[in-house]
Each structure stands twice: as structure tokens, then as C-alpha cells.
Unconditional design. Structure first.
Length: 237
């Protein structure tokens, strides 16, 4: 008041019932026609609900950042026109080898790392994602170390209450290990197994060709359950 200027401030006040509430006070000075200071005219309003909503939003953003900054995938968010990067997680620097600050300044710089043969297709898919299509994009990038990485990029639109797209968010995942060819096991060569019918017996409760070895007797007698015998047979797996 001594400066005779307007002011605005927020403070917590305790009501008569003991409850604490946030209050905003705003005041403007008033002067006479001769320029004499007459006093301040102001208003105080309860902003407790607004302050609680701001605190809830702050906590929500903090949790979001904790999640986004600790996942291995690249989480990104752009405006609806695709001309501004609103957020990109630190994993971008680990995979692309480029700085997040560069991407904020040049929103399309990420596409420069894509291998030339896949760049046009990746850009076309990006434009479809900006239109709200749920399209997955796979492309190869070469980071600043010269490493070739396979990426899978998924995007989804964020709409307001009227259904209008206000931003587009997505996740870019390194799938290099998944795209590596599986090892081919060498084909086992045909194996011929010769069995002496005197040292084996047929097991009807097992598979059709299950064999069970038994000690060779001093004097072999053909099993009575066999209707025919062979001196040996060859089996190819």
C-alpha cells in the first residue's frame, strides 16, 4: 500500500471453522482528480479448487516424466500439424545418437537417420499417423556410431472433447534383435540303425516302433507273441 501500486498475490488462509483455503487477492489504487491517493480497491476470491487441480496436474506430469524417462522405448509427442515436437524421452539420444534439443529445434531431423531406401515410405507413414490413423511403421536407422538399428514406430491421436486431434503421441521401439534371422540348425543325416531281433522285444503299449533292449540269453528262443520275425531292420528317422 505504501507504494500506491496494484498488486496480486496468493496465500493460504484459515477459515473460522479451522479449514485452510487458498485465496487470491487483487487490488488497484484509486486517486482523486488532483492525484491524491485515496486507497486501494480490491477483491479476494477462493481459488482452492484451482490450486488442488494444479497440484494434481503437477503430480501427474511428474509421474509421466518418471515413466517416460526410464523406459527403453522412445516416447514422443507432437502437435497435430506435425511441425513441433512437444516431448521426446531421453531414450532418443541413446538409440538415434542425436540430442533431444536438436529434435526440438528441427522436428523432422529424426528422419535423416533412416536408410535412404526406406525414408520415403517412413515419411508417408508419418503423414498418415498425423491424420489420426493407427499405423505401425518399421524402418532402419543408422545412428551416429554407424550402427544399423531396426525401429518399430507406433502412433495414436490425442483428441479433445469434440473429437478434434490436438496432438499425436507415439512410441518408437528398437526391434533389432527381433529382426535378426533365427539360426538354422543343420539337418541330421539319415541314420540307419540295425537291431538284432534276438536282443530286442516289441512293446505294444509304447509307440509303434518303440524298442526295449534286454539281456541276450545264452540260448535264444523266439518270443511266442511275435507272428513274424526279421533278423534285422533299418529305421530312418
Amino acid at each position: 500500500m505504501t507504494n500506491h501500486t496494484s498488486f496480486r498475490f496468493e496465500e493460504r488462509c484459515q477459515r473460522a471453522d479451522g479449514e485452510w483455503r487458498w485465496v487470491e487477492s487483487v487490488a488497484e489504487p484509486r486517486f482523486s482528480s488532483q492525484g491524491e491517493f485515496l486507497g486501494l480497491v480490491g477483491i479476494g476470491r477462493d481459488i482452492n479448487e484451482r490450486k488442488e487441480a494444479e497440484e494434481a496436474l503437477r503430480l501427474s506430469e511428474e509421474k509421466f516424466r518418471q515413466l517416460a524417462e526410464n523406459i527403453r522405448e522412445v516416447f514422443w509427442m507432437m502437435n497435430a500439424a506435425g511441425t513441433e515436437v512437444l516431448y521426446v524421452s531421453p531414450a532418443y539420444e541413446e538409440i538415434w545418437g542425436r540430442t533431444c534439443e536438436e529434435l526440438y529445434r528441427y522436428p523432422m531431423s529424426w528422419i535423416e537417420s533412416i536408410e535412404p531406401e526406406g525414408r520415403e515410405r517412413a515419411h508417408a507413414t508419418f503423414l498418415r499417423q498425423m491424420q489420426g490413423e493407427h499405423v505401425d511403421s518399421e524402418y532402419r536407422i543408422r545412428n551416429v556410431k554407424g550402427e544399423l538399428r531396426w525401429m518399430r514406430d507406433r502412433a495414436f491421436p490425442v483428441r479433445n472433447e469434440t473429437g478434434e486431434i490436438v496432438r499425436v503421441a507415439g512410441i518408437a521401439e528398437d526391434i533389432t534383435e527381433r529382426r535378426k534371422p533365427k539360426p538354422s540348425w543343420p539337418t541330421k543325416p539319415n541314420t540307419t540303425i540295425s537291431l538284432d531281433c534276438r536282443t530286442a522285444c516289441y512293446c505294444p503299449t509304447a509307440s509303434k516302433r518303440a524298442l526295449k533292449a534286454r539281456p541276450k540269453p545264452d540260448r535264444w528262443q523266439p518270443p511266442s507273441t511275435w507272428t513274424s520275425m526279421v533278423s534285422s531292420w533299418s529305421m530312418t528317422p
